[in-house]
Design a binder for this molecule. Structure first.
Ligand SMILES: [Zn+2]
Length: 472
């Protein structure tokens, strides 16, 4: 079965046919590095992380690039406010973003270009667009002439005349048309600037992504991704200038856009003051719960972040690890056995092949978790074959979902480190005494239950000749 994906460019679900299956290319717009990243950035990065993992899982050789926009008005303003250099500010937030992504289990893309390291290419593209008649210099600025390309608006479905009617009278008299956008901006004193044929200046945002994308992946790429908010004008402009430059259509064969994260049904915005940083979300929640929460909806749908939804995700992750651990305990022969036949994994593949439907996959996995618990209730050892199938299923899917990939013990330790110890030392000591009693009376089931119960709370027991010690 081929992978089918929803292409924003055509508005249809299409079969994924890469230009060259041996060299699939994907680019996703990364963050503008002037502040801590929020949960919306996490959603985009996690979505394209899973897509890249799954394409590889399906056998494609993929090169995936995600950029950092490290020169921008917002960076300049923030650097001035803090009285630090733009480089220093950008470097700080690139580091923070990378740390946040690592926490969330987002694998490093193959290429992580920065705008400031692609200036030569940006100037070359801008010069070529002027030569081809698609752009014009005006003083120290260069603008792209939107009306020069007839299919402008094809991604967003916007019509040039309607845009024109809605355009505010532009105060920038350097532009020939209010719709035109800047490819290059002459710099004001104190701003980061590079030498160019138009004087000292810096690139506009849209041309940066065209240049970084072509620089790393070539003139025509397979998949271009980003958040839904980037469709217009960023991606529309990327298409216009890239296709005008190369003369090749389409610039990207498939455009994939992830949906927004709303906070308690409100759009995240500065004015509402409800922007949720990844770091804040990670306080009191395991990264795995956040990742599961993000993957529990289809990547294109909007999702609503609430404390309850996070709690639900946290409980679901707990439930899954508890089940794996229960299988280990009650039916150890189920573990380590690879279970493969033609159909065992088909429903999961079918869901992922259908526009990367992780929501469906997670639903299927939790059905299996319920089944595993039922089989264990009925007597695990009689169901070893079926239980081994379920364990294999979880393990296989965890490779591209990037969740449920730990040993239960490691998960419990991590959870304790994040959530803290929810049990008092007195209670731990009491349980240790109860366990000692149970062992004396050869009630090993109860003794083991206590040990496992404590482990689930992140408390590790160690039996030594001079008694049982605990650590957390
Ligand atoms: Zn971009």
């Amino acid at each position: 079965m081929p992978i089918r994906l929803y292409n924003s460019l055509t508005g249809k679900k299409e079969e994924f046919v890469p230009k060259d299956p041996a060299n699939v290319t994907m680019y996703a717009c990364g963050p503008t590095v002037y502040a801590m990243s929020h949960i919306g950035h996490a959603r985009s990065a996690v979505s394209f992380d899973v897509i890249s993992r799954y394409l590889r899982y399906s056998g494609f050789r993929l090169t995936y690039a995600r950029n950092y926009t490290d020169v921008d008005d917002k960076i300049i303003n923030r650097a001035n406010e803090e009285d630090v250099s733009c480089d220093e500010l950008a470097e700080r937030y690139i580091k923070a973003f990378d740390e946040d992504m690592a926490s969330l289990g987002v694998l490093l893309p193959d290429a992580r270009p920065r705008a400031t390291q692609t200036i030569g290419r940006i100037i070359a593209l801008t010069s070529a667009l002027i030569e081809k008649g698609f752009a014009y210099a005006s003083g120290a600025d260069v603008f792209y002439s939107v009306r020069k390309k007839k299919d402008y608006g094809k991604l967003s479905g916007k019509n040039i005349d309607e845009l024109e009617a809605g355009a505010r009278v532009d105060v920038n008299e350097a532009k020939a048309d209010p719709l035109d956008f800047a490819l290059w901006k002459g710099s004001k004193p104190g701003e980061p600037a590079w030498n160019s044929p138009w004087g000292m200046g810096r690139p506009g945002w849209h041309i940066e992504c065209s240049a970084m994308c072509m620089d790393r992946l070539g003139e025509t790429i397979d998949i271009h991704g980003g958040g839904r908010d980037l469709i217009f004008p960023h991606h529309e402009n990327e298409i216009a200038q890239s296709e005008a430059y190369t003369g090749k259509t389409p610039f990207a064969r498939y455009w994939l856009h992830n949906g927004f994260v709303n906070i308690a049904k409100e759009k995240m915005s500065k004015s509402l003051g409800n922007i949720l940083n990844i770091r804040d979300a990670l306080t009191g929640h395991t990264p795995e719960a956040i990742r599961l929460f993000l993957l529990s909806s289809h990547y294109r749908s909007p999702i609503d972040y609430t404390q309850e939804s996070l709690k639900d995700a946290e409980n679901a992750v707990d439930r899954l690890y508890k089940t794996i651990e229960r299988v280990d305990r009650e039916c150890p022969e189920a573990n380590g056995k690879e279970h493969r036949d033609e159909q065992w994994f088909a429903p999961i593949i079918e869901a992922m092949d259908d526009d990367f439907n992780t929501a469906m996959v997670i639903g299927l996995l939790f059905k299996e978790v319920s089944l595993a618990n039922r089989l264990l209730d009925e007597g695990g050892r009689d169901n070893a074959q079926e239980l081994s199938r379920i364990l294999s299923l979880i393990k296989e899917a965890s490779g591209f979902l990037g969740v449920f990939d730990k040993a239960p013990e490691d998960y419990y330790k991590l959870r304790r480190a994040v959530i803290g110890l929810k049990i008092s030392p007195d209670e731990i000591e009491r349980l240790i005494s109860e366990r000692n009693e149970a062992r004396k009376t050869k009630d090993f089931k109860r003794a083991d239950e206590i040990r496992r119960g404590l482990l689930e709370q992140g408390v590790v027991l160690e039996d030594a000749p001079d008694g049982t010690k605990w650590s957390a």
